[in-house]
Design a protein around this ligand. Structure first.
Ligand code: NDP
Length: 268
């Protein structure tokens, strides 16, 4: 009987995924033997491929674009984080049931802590109201943020997100929505969770917006948001730490040990 644990990431496209490389690096550090494959799936075969993986002794599976909502829908048991995110990126199976979690938000929190930036009592502005923002609000609130403002180009989307998430976070975090062209004031941290840099768009930030730390969720792309931060002498980071962070939280769920995030940032 083999002691090599079987893992995979499923998506479409899947070639670009860094997950196998990250999980192999964690496994090496922790002395665990595992296989970690990339699985390409068409939308119509996603569900059967997940069931097939767990039927054939798969231990854990990561889920990437565009299947995080489909993974949410197929789980028998969901974590609070997954329920808040309405999306799942980490699956495992126990007693014939499929469990789902969303580790993106905790990955971001761990990446920000690794930078030494404070989240307790922080006033945070998040730009964008898509899937990534939905996934990070609850973990940021749980990390102690006292105020979170979600600013979006399509205001109604930010307002809806605030409405959905308000019931899940404690009153110690004030959560509000704002149109992105009306942002102003003083924040500790601004997180760019728009996909602007992926499409090469420029984000124009008003001069009267003051902040100390700038986190761009995207990585490996030129970002007008990071250029703005750099030019103004604001501490900044791209999203590679978040990618490593979410992978580490998945690894911990499956293997019971948590590699140190800063040991893997040079894989960029
Ligand atoms: P979505 O497509 O769900 O949402 C995109 C958001 O960006 C929307 O709020 C959209 O506004 C906004 N947006 C897009 N273009 C512009 C623009 N030119 N100006 C202003 N707003 C704009 O994307 P996700 O939430 O899934 O991902 C967001 C970012 O986070 C991406 O860069 C992604 O790569 C990154 N990410 C990084 C992770 C990591 O591990 N580092 C993990 C997950 C995501 P509107 O609603 O008006 O269309």
């Amino acid at each position: 009987m083999s002691h090599i644990k079987k893992f995979a990431v499923i998506g479409n496209p899947i070639e670009q995924s860094r997950s196998p490389e990250l999980h192999q690096a964690f496994a090496k550090k922790e002395n665990i033997s595992l296989t970690y494959d990339k699985i390409y799936a068409e939308k119509s075969e996603f569900k059967s491929m997940v069931y097939d993986f767990f039927t054939h002794h798969g231990v854990g599976m990561n889920v990437t674009v565009p299947f995080k909502e489909d993974a949410f829908a197929l789980c028998d048991v969901l974590s609070d984080r997954a329920q808040a995110a309405k999306a799942v990126n980490t699956l495992w199976s126990k007693d014939g049931l499929i469990y789902g979690d969303n580790t993106d938000g905790q990955g971001l929190v761990d990446a920000i802590h690794a930078l030494g930036w404070p989240l307790a009592h922080a006033k945070i502005l998040i730009l964008g109201a898509g899937g990534a923002t939905r996934g990070v609000v609850l973990p940021l609130a749980q990390a102690g943020a006292t105020q979170i403002v979600i600013a979006n180009r399509t205001y109604a989307r930010a307002a809806q997100l605030v409405c959905d998430l308000k019931a899940l976070i404690t009153p110690s975090t004030i959560l509000t929505a704002c149109p992105i062209d009306q942002i102003s004031g003083q924040y500790d941290l601004v997180i760019n969770a728009t996909s602007a840099s992926l499409s090469g768009d420029t984000l124009t930030l008003p001069k009267d917006l003051q902040f100390n730390y700038a986190y761009e969720m995207a990585y490996g792309k030129a970002s007008s948001f990071l250029t703005h931060a750099q030019q103004r002498g604001i501490a900044y980071s791209d999203g590679f730490g978040m990618l490593v962070g979410q992978a580490i939280v998945s690894f911990e769920i499956w293997n019971g040990c948590k590699p140190k995030l800063t040991d893997f940032l040079d894989l960029k």
